[in-house]
Design a protein around this ligand. Structure first.
Ligand code: PDD
Length: 287
């Protein structure tokens, strides 16, 4: 069951007009929000990022935070699984095709649920392989835009090269993955590229840095050079659907000794504990 423009209905029955600007221009924004044990993970933060994306594209938010919470919780309740991945998107609505914003259009709001399947234990133990690619996307990667052709092509290039994700480099520095944030570890220090227009401000990225801070793990938020990525002892990716996952092969070569390193393991463990304790929805406990 999904929510579309005021109605709850089965996915198969949902229809969007051809002239929706999401379909014609990719003119819209989205969020992916994990639900664990029917509890929505970090909803205030996801809604704050949605608001930032809408502000950035000049789209007024059709719903208050309380309305969003209510709609999302109703979609969660209408679906059977305890762990879900909520996908929501807002487009600029239906209008005659013209690039400029329509004078009168009602935003299209979609909320749907997919099964949330975090990475298997086997995958967490082996880690995944990635390839470096030049980040050729636009300069507003901080907007969670539904126009993802750049990300789609990069991810496909990684898959075609036999890898699961790409590690993107722009002007000699690490940005992120096609659908994830990337961290490096060197000499026991967790390195995170700072938030900027060049990366999506990941909710999981924030969780990881909060966990590192709370557990006094050495970390630095600063530009990470290509050389530091290539010589990293550990690499990891983070996202709402993949949580924290080690990258153990980069461009066909082992990262470190080719197994998940100590800092990555510690962060996976801390993340597991944190996600199961959603009573601390907005905070991180020291350990
Ligand atoms: N993508 N960077 C990009 C480009 C992303 O698409 C994502 C997530 C992230 C991680 O953000 P978060 O931790 O808030 O999920 C970083 C989602 C999962 C997707 O498009 O399916």
């Amino acid at each position: 069951m999904i929510y579309l423009n005021g109605q709850f209905l089965p996915l198969e029955e949902a229809r969007v007009p051809v002239l929706d600007r999401g379909f014609i221009f990719g003119d819209g924004v989205y969020e992916v929000i994990p639900v664990y044990e029917r509890r929505v993970f970090r909803l205030p933060q996801h809604l704050a990022r949605l608001q930032a994306s809408m502000d950035a594209i000049g789209l007024s938010n059709p719903h208050s935070v309380d309305q969003w919470r209510d709609l999302i919780e109703r979609v969660v309740a209408l679906n059977t699984l305890a762990d879900q991945s909520i996908y929501l998107q807002v487009t600029r609505g239906v209008a005659k095709r013209d690039h400029a914003f329509p004078l009168e259009a009602v935003p299209t709001v979609l909320i749907m649920s997919n099964p949330l399947k975090p990475p298997s234990i086997a995958l967490r133990e082996s880690g995944v392989s990635a390839v470096t690619l030049a980040d050729n996307r636009w300069l507003r990667c901080d907007i969670k835009s539904i126009a993802l052709l750049g990300n789609v092509l990069l991810r496909q290039a990684a898959v075609a090269a036999g890898a699961m994700e790409c590690v993107l480099l722009r002007d000699g520095f690490l940005t992120e993955g096609a659908a994830s944030n990337i961290f490096a570890v060197r000499a026991g220090v967790l390195l995170a590229p700072p938030k900027s227009n060049l990366i999506l401000p990941g909710i999981t990225y924030d969780v990881v840095l909060e966990l590192a801070r709370a557990s006094s793990l050495n970390h630095e938020v600063r530009p990470v050079s290509e050389a530091e990525v290539r010589g990293a002892d550990e690499l990891m990716l983070t996202s709402s659907t993949r949580e924290v996952l080690p990258i153990t092969i980069l461009d066909g070569k082992n990262v470190g000794d080719g197994t998940p390193g100590p800092l990555t393991r510690r962060l996976m463990q801390l993340f597991d504990r944190h996600k199961l304790d959603l009573r601390l929805e907005n905070g991180v406990k020291a350990s």
